[in-house]
Design a protein around this ligand. Structure first.
Ligand SMILES: [Zn+2]
Length: 129
């Protein structure tokens, strides 16, 4: 169980509205015990992340890799969700404000899949070796 961040509330997919509201309340007082599950049901491995809530769930999942494809780079880079190079602000800037003109974000369960599908290189900071 990692650090609890607000998107977990929305991650309890399939929960009723009251349960989600309770989860949200628990987050605000730091007592949330929800596991970051459900993300894989919303965005499958290899799919593009195009919405902020998808991005937040990817961060909350703590599993898998977020692949950032940048127009000015030859190869996309795969990052762990916790990497310093994965920032909500940059996602908003690149994907939401610029309509993905300069880059794309993807989510994969495994870095190997990102490599074979997109030719992604592992980030030297969060996925060394
Ligand atoms: Zn990284």
């Amino acid at each position: 169980m990692g650090v609890c961040i607000p998107p977990h509330a929305a991650v309890s997919w399939g929960a009723g509205r009251d349960e989600r509201r309770d989860a949200k309340a628990a987050h605000s007082v730091g007592t949330c015990t929800l596991e970051p599950r459900g993300y894989a049901r919303l965005v499958r491995s290899g799919e593009q992340i195009t919405e902020l809530d998808e991005f937040r769930r990817a961060l909350a999942s703590e599993d898998g890799v977020i692949v950032i494809q940048d127009r000015v780079r030859p190869a996309p880079i795969a990052h762990r969700p916790r990497c310093v190079y994965v920032k909500e602000r940059w996602f908003i800037e690149k994907i939401l404000s610029n309509y993905g003109k300069n880059g794309r974000y993807y989510w994969f369960t495994r870095v190997e899949s990102a490599r074979s599908r997109l030719g992604a290189d592992p980030c030297s900071t969060c996925l060394p070796g």
